[in-house]
Design a binder for this molecule. Structure first.
Ligand SMILES: C[S@@+](CC[C@H](N)C(=O)[O-])C[C@H]1O[C@@H](n2cnc3c(N)ncnc32)[C@H](O)[C@@H]1O
Length: 284
């Protein structure tokens, strides 16, 4: 139980470390964001991503994030000694990602053998809809694991109490007005089609048997509950095998009085970490 099995094909965890991760829900309360990260409207915590990376890969693996934002995935890769590649459309966020990586790399970490951690992190300021060209242009390696949190549809473009609070503080409430930004897709269906097509373009560069984790949320929009996580899972299942989900519950978020006195409107404080696998069993 305390040794890593030599037959473990997936990761470097002992049985005792493996088991808790298979539970389908967990509570993770992100720590307050640092000054250089708060501008971005939807950063995820790197220590949460580290748990996924440790479960789905071994050291020196290649991890990819097509919606890199402030670079949390690559910081998590550095901390776990994996190689990371990330694409981010907006220069301002790609710059933050590069700065964050520079910072962790300057605090040189040593491996147990006393040598500097050899992993590499690459930030590309580009459009993930072009990723088939990008892969060829930079001759990028095949991928062992994908983890990402895409824009949650046109969700950030709706006004609400939470966005008003950020606006009042002068922080971004949406990523950009860029038409290439997936969050600015023409509507929900257009967004979903564009999002899935990015993962379809990615497929030739994902190793057989590799896993993909996509973190999404369902949300309320003008009185209609958008089943984004479920709709995405159904569409993706035509291209990758759906292996299940882990529900990430947050227990430290402000409760807003949406619908008070009139009707039920949820404070959605959980995300779906949807787990897919590239396998030959799923025929296009
Ligand atoms: C939910 S955020 C990712 C946050 C990231 N996980 C972090 O911790 O900072 C989604 C990101 O996708 C970017 N994005 C939107 N459309 C894109 C596209 N077509 N190509 C690449 N990035 C895109 C947005 O600018 C935004 O930063």
């Amino acid at each position: 139980m305390t040794e890593v099995s030599p037959y473990n094909r997936l990761n470097e965890l002992t049985a005792k470390e493996w088991l808790p991760f298979t539970k389908t829900w967990f509570i993770h309360n992100p720590p307050p964001r640092k000054k250089d990260e708060i501008l971005h409207p939807a950063k995820y915590p790197e220590n949460l991503i580290e748990d996924f990376i440790r479960f789905f890969t071994k050291r020196d693996a290649v991890v990819f994030d097509p919606f890199l934002g402030t670079g949390s995935t690559l910081v998590a890769c550095y901390n776990t000694q994996r190689n990371g590649i990330g694409i981010e459309l907006q220069k301002k966020y790609a710059d933050i990602a590069n700065e964050r990586i520079k910072k962790v790399e300057s605090q040189t970490q040593l491996t147990e053998k006393g040598v500097e951690k050899p992993c590499k992190q690459l930030v590309l300021k580009d459009d993930s809809s072009r990723l088939d060209y990008i892969w060829k242009q930079y001759a990028l390696p095949n991928i062992d694991f994908v983890i990402t949190s895409p824009p949650y549809g046109p969700m950030l473009n709706k006004k609400g109490l939470a966005s008003q609070e950020r606006e009042d503080k002068g922080l971004d409430t949406k990523y950009s007005d860029d038409p290439e930004d997936l969050g600015n897709a023409e509507g929900y269906d257009d967004f979903l089609t564009k999002l899935v097509s990015i993962f379809v373009k990615l497929k030739p560069y994902v190793k057989e048997g590799a896993y993909l984790v996509v973190i999404l949320q369902n949300y309320m929009d003008k009185g209609e509950y958008k089943m984004l996580a479920w709709d995405f899972a159904r569409e993706m299942a035509h291209h990758y095998q759906l292996r299940g989900e882990r529900i990430w519950c947050q227990n430290n978020k402000t409760l807003f009085p949406y619908g008070y006195k009139y009707s039920f409107v949820p404070n959605v404080h959980h995300h779906y970490c949807l787990i897919f696998k590239k396998t030959e069993e799923v025929k296009e």
